[in-house]
Design a protein around this ligand. Sequence first.
Ligand SMILES: *Cc1c(COP(=O)(O)O)cnc(C)c1O
Length: 401
Amino acid sequence: MAHRSGRHFLQIPGPTNVPDRILRAMDRPTIDHRGPDFAALGREALDGIKTIFKTQQPVVIYPASGTGAWEAAIVNTLSPGDRVLMFETGHFATLWRNLAERFGIHCDFVPGDWRHGVDPAAVEARLAEDRGHTIKAVMAVHNETSTGVASRIPLIRNAIDAAGHPALLLVDTISSLGSIDYRHDEWGVDVTVSGSQKGLMLPPGLSFNAISEKAMAASRSNRMPRSYWDWADMAGPNRAGFFPYTPATNLLYGLVEAIDMLHEEGLDAVFARHDRHAEATRRAVTGWGLEVLALDPAEYSSSLTAVLLPDGHDADRLRRIILDRFDMSLGAGLGKLAGRVFRIGHLGDFNDLTLAGTLSGVEMGLELAGIPHRKGGARAAMDALQGGAAAQAERTAATVA
Ligand SMILES: *Cc1c(COP(=O)(O)O)cnc(C)c1O
């Protein structure tokens, strides 16, 4: 293959661009994971990641993709034959449901249009009907990466409480952690699932379960065979900074660096940056005269935007043209959205000019692909970014004065 100069634009909603600082942090000899030096690294990673989940409770780290942590959340808390409540928010909710079913879990899967998040009123109504408390868990995807819709987890928590129902709350934050505000303890989540390769800016290969006391108690009495994923096997070694099997040592170096970077910027500033880039992206989409897939502004995702193409136009062909001409990868439409949408990832290691470049590439691609649109969407986004930056400069000046 011919060499392509310049940097590839990896604007899919995960894996995301890995910052040089993280690459350098991982560029080290792999050490003995049972030796004395490892314990400090292990403890730093295990303690540090809690600050990102906003929890004081244990977080387990697996050398696995996010799917592994999905499975871990289920096998540690549920038993074959258990009933759970889930919502068809998109492709990832569907995959998690399919995985649960393979373990003999009965999923009440509330149908959805793939343009909305979990409806808190439906959670309350379903749980209120379940007077015998046969539903053991509510399982929700915080940020549905296939649609760019973010469900409101605090409202789901409130709905469970309003129904006076004891179900566990299991939440997938694989594409939101480190990009969109999330609070494991404050929101009363029992298991939070996440992964390394999206907001945490790491390569794929680590995933997480943050575990409440209630979930830990469930894990002591549930009946599901498990071995690799067993929380109980992690607890002892983790206390001293070790793991029951070989951890992904070099990814842990990267994780510690990523946590430092997020705190240096400040988590609130990180979330505000993602909000601002998402807003500018939506201005570009409406500027082009195209449609944002998410329908409810209260549920817009700040980590990605899914863009619906006019009928009869193939989003995969557009993506191919953009990849060939501008060396940029955009997210494909998944499941029933295949060919209908493309997804712009604006999460992780990202700044105003990365977004401006990304949107310029999309705008040029729309023209080359002959997709009906108005010119100037990228300009509309630049106006938003510029305004945001001017306002920021004014605030800084005011603070200094
Ligand atoms: C990426 C993603 C997954 C899948 O994670 P893998 O690391 O590919 O196993 C699951 N859920 C959501 C919301 C995701 O964005």
